[in-house]
Design a protein around this ligand. Structure first.
Ligand SMILES: *[C@@H]1O[C@H](CO)[C@@H](O)[C@H](O)[C@H]1NC(C)=O
Ligand SMILES: *[C@@H]1O[C@H](CO)[C@@H](O)[C@H](O)[C@H]1NC(C)=O
Ligand SMILES: *[C@@H]1O[C@H](CO)[C@@H](O)[C@H](O)[C@H]1NC(C)=O
Ligand SMILES: *[C@@H]1O[C@H](CO)[C@@H](O)[C@H](O)[C@H]1NC(C)=O
Ligand SMILES: *[C@@H]1O[C@H](CO)[C@@H](O)[C@H](O)[C@H]1NC(C)=O
Ligand SMILES: *[C@@H]1O[C@H](CO)[C@@H](O)[C@H](O)[C@H]1NC(C)=O
Length: 357
């Protein structure tokens, strides 16, 4: 959630949000990208700070808390999980941002503490779209398509920093790699490894935000591929419209971001099958941070999460977070599409992704 008292505290977080630090990128490129991103992040932080304490924001947060609590109950019920959700845990865990933990599994508390904790705030600022965006994907909540892995129910709330209100009717694209680090929608990755193919659409989809600026997706926890820490891509379109064939069109891109996961969480997931069959070298959050050198940070790129079954990570994870979006910004120029989807399937665009700024 956008808890604005927490936004300033995020300054202590190190950069884990390095955008696509592929091996061929120069140190200067990485550094410029980080500087650019941090500049945007501090603008977004300031924009959100001005929303602090507003009645509108408070009510929005209250509704979001209720919704998350209801989602958790629903997801558990659907899976027949009946054991206790909450275990007592030391809230001191949350004190230090330098040792931040977004795991809400252990909290014994009212829903407001569980789902409105200080540890959530704005997520990643503008970043690179990366080389694997595919446009024209289907509007659907469940993008899993039988991909094996830890179920991830991802709830994102978008707050319009120009009005301090939720951003409704925005079309949100997500994409992530599968448990063994493969993307759908493309033929080969930039390092030449074979991907899912142009006609595949797994783990990609679009949802439109509701009146509270919220979208929900059912996907799987992403795996990892060479040179990147575990991440999920997010693009927000404003002014788009839904088409009869369950795709969307038009509008402008107001936000390009990526979500990240606590190191302990990604390690715990990676230890389970089939993630543990992935032989590609892991890039940890820390290694990404190391690549980032001395970058400053004013944002929290990590999602909050809770295990659906506190004793079994493979039963699934509910993750959530809020993202401040400047709805007036037009970042369409920063969109590179690897491919587009139409009725015949996927097609390469030939658009060249230029990594670095
Ligand atoms: C948020 O952090 C402040 C300052 O550390 C603390 O006083 C407050 O109780 C926290 N609120 C929640 C919901 O954890
Ligand atoms: C990931 O996708 C690729 C391409 O479709 C597939 O070969 C691989 O089995 C998938 N990974 C898992 C764990 O299913
Ligand atoms: C999250 O918290 C629960 C309960 O304290 C614990 O069992 C689990 O191992 C934690 N997971 C991670 C990834 O830290
Ligand atoms: C977006 O595009 C503008 C104009 O080409 C460029 O200056 C900027 O660095 C790009 N930002 C990102 C995050 O790629
Ligand atoms: C959906 O319809 C639009 C408009 O006719 C078309 O451009 C697009 O290619 C279609 N997409 C799919 C996946 O059928
Ligand atoms: C995608 O499927 C269509 C038929 O639906 C086929 O004509 C096309 O060759 C396929 N493309 C690829 C890259 O396999």
């Amino acid at each position: 959630m956008v808890n604005l008292s927490a936004v300033a505290a995020v300054a202590a977080l190190s950069t884990l949000a390095i955008a696509h630090p592929e091996p061929h990128r120069t140190h200067t490129q990485v550094k410029r990208e980080i500087e650019y991103r941090n500049a945007i992040a501090s603008q977004q932080t300031r924009s959100l700070e001005k929303c602090a304490g507003s009645e509108k924001m408070k009510r929005t947060q209250e509704r979001a808390i209720e919704r998350r609590a209801a989602t958790l109950q629903r997801l558990r019920k659907e899976r027949g999980i009946t054991n206790s959700i909450k275990h007592r845990r030391n809230l001191d865990d949350f004190v230090a941002w330098g040792n931040v933990n977004h795991n809400e599994t252990g909290i014994v508390a009212a829903d407001a503490d569980l789902f409105g904790a200080n540890t959530s705030c704005i997520l990643t600022p503008e970043t690179t779209i990366g080389p694997y965006f595919v446009s024209g994907e289907y509007i659907r909540a469940d993008v899993t398509e039988e991909q094996p892995g830890v179920p991830l129910h991802l709830e994102m709330q978008f707050i319009d920093t120009t009005t301090c209100e939720p951003l409704p009717e925005a079309f949100v694209d997500i994409w992530g790699c599968n448990a063994t680090g493969v993307y759908s929608g493309i033929g080969v990755s930039i390092d030449g490894s074979v991907q899912g193919g142009f006609n595949s659409t797994f783990l990609r989809g679009v949802q439109s935000t509701n009146v509270d600026g919220i979208v929900d997706f059912d996907t799987i926890f992403p795996g990892h591929y060479l040179g990147r820490t575990t991440h999920e891509h997010v693009v927000v379109h404003v002014g788009s419209k839904a088409l009869a064939n369950s795709t969307s069109t038009g509008g402008t891109v107001a936000h390009i971001g990526q979500l990240y996961f606590d190191e302990t969480l990604r390690s715990a997931v990676e230890a389970t099958a089939p993630y543990n069959t992935n032989t590609i070298a892991v890039t940890s959050n820390n290694e990404d941070r190391f690549s980032g050198g001395q970058a400053t940070n004013e944002y929290d790129p990590f999602v909050e999460y809770i295990y659906l079954d506190s004793s079994d990570i493979t039963a699934g994870i509910l993750a959530w977070g809020s993202i401040g979006v400047d709805s007036a910004a037009d970042r369409t120029v920063n969109v590179t599409r690897a491919a587009y989807l139409d009725a015949e399937g996927g097609h390469a665009t030939g658009e060249k992704y230029v990594s670095g700024l």
